[in-house]
Design a protein. Structure first.
Length: 404
């Protein structure tokens, strides 16, 4: 039997169909918006040389964004069939980041930690990249992992640029070090010359006693031993391996640093004050890199004290303390402080207040990179008021906070 609709019912059906059509169009529009948002995200990630991955802990399925094709050498990651274990195998441990597989499985997934690390990674063609990796896991109400997401940013070029800047900083130190060698050798060479010429003259006139002869020879021998040690100190600074880490005493590092710059300080009439008694400050680091960082700070302090605007006694103070499971090394001067308008910029690359012939602007930048990236520590710069022997001083303070 044929159903007969009244005009009113037909109008109601037409309204429902119209509403459904509007809903369908709305959904289509939302899909287009989402597709456009995904497109924009992929474009942004492409420009930033970034990509993201997602691990579903229920299905153990691993998904990748379009930008991850640099790892798979394919047009689209949707066709990439790679397991979670295969993906972990692409990650390479570095000197600063050990056992990445354990970090991701234990720290991020089991211990619910958010992880930010930098490490090498290889693609399926065995080509290596250097990446910054952000990872986080999300859980259900019972605390079981649902999904882990990661963002990978390709920083290979940045890493290369940093290496170039480190070598620029090292080369910039050569001129300063040669000047230090000249200061350090002048007095010993003069002592050798005086002993030798004095002994020769007395021998010619028959006045040279055996006791004085042997004393002069001992002086010459001890002085040449000192010069030989100076050569070894400077050579170790320039050719040492910057990848090896060992446990070292921070006091010993400070003493080695001072041995390299002390004559330059003496020539500039800058007094060094050591405000620490305990000699047991053990840290694990690359000794040569830390030396480089400290030399840059000491040179910066000396340059501030040698500026035309500064008059009075020139003082640099070294303070070592244990603070809340950290070792705090503070190097401060009495040069009046850093102007407020530039204090936030001094760790920026190529920023300098010196004439272009006197400074490159990479010394303090590299110090910051060494302390934060290689030492995984913190460096703070501020202007401080301080006292020494009941006198008030004001100057710049560089604090390095290192975990024990």
């Amino acid at each position: 039997m044929k159903t007969v609709y009244t005009e009113k019912e037909i109008n109601e059906l037409e309204k429902k169909l119209l509403l459904q059509e509007l809903e369908i169009n709305k959904l289509k529009q939302q899909i287009k918006v989402h597709e456009f948002e995904d497109y924009k995200l992929n474009e942004i990630q492409s420009l930033a040389k970034a990509a993201n991955w997602e691990l579903n802990h229920l299905s153990y399925e691993l998904k990748f964004s379009e930008g991850m094709s640099f790892l798979f050498n394919e047009h689209g990651p949707s066709t990439s069939k790679i397991s979670w274990n295969d993906f972990l195998d692409l990650m390479i441990d570095s000197d600063s980041t050990k056992n990445i597989r354990n970090l991701l499985i234990t720290n991020v997934i089991k211990n619910k930690e958010e992880l930010v690390i930098e490490h090498p990674i290889k693609n399926l063609k065995n080509e290596q990249f250097f990446v910054r990796h952000h990872c986080k896991t999300f859980y259900n109400t019972l605390g079981h992992p649902l999904t882990t997401i990661g963002l990978i940013i390709d920083i290979t070029e940045q890493n290369k640029n940093q290496e170039v800047m480190y070598h620029q900083s090292k080369i910039a130190s050569i001129g300063e070090m040669i000047g230090n060698i000249a200061h350090q050798w002048r007095q010993p060479l003069s002592a050798i010359s005086t002993c030798a010429s004095g002994a020769k003259m007395k021998k010619e006139y028959g006045l040279l006693e055996d006791e004085e002869f042997f004393k002069n020879m001992d002086t010459i021998n001890n002085t040449t031993q000192y010069l030989s040690k100076t050569i070894d100190d400077f050579r170790s600074f320039f050719v040492a391996d910057t990848t090896l880490e060992s446990e070292v005493n921070l006091v010993d590092i400070i003493e080695k640093t001072l041995a390299l710059i002390i004559d330059s300080y003496k020539n500039s009439n800058v007094e060094i004050i050591k405000e620490y008694q305990d000699s047991n400050y053990l840290v694990k680091c690359n000794e040569n890199l830390l030396l480089q960082a400290l030399i840059n700070i000491f040179n910066n302090a000396k340059d501030a004290l040698m500026s035309e605007n500064f008059t009075g006694n020139k003082i640099v103070s070294i303070v070592l303390n244990n603070i809340n499971n950290k070792i705090c090394l503070e190097i401060k001067d009495n040069a009046g402080g850093i102007p407020a308008e530039i204090i936030d910029k001094i760790f920026e690359p190529y920023f300098t207040t010196k004439h272009s012939s006197q400074g490159t602007g990479i010394g303090l930048y590299m110090t910051n990179q060494i302390i934060t990236k290689h030492l995984k520590s913190k460096i703070i710069v501020e202007n401080v008021q301080w006292q020494y022997q009941n006198k008030d001083y004001k100057g710049a303070s560089f604090k390095i906070l290192i975990d024990k």
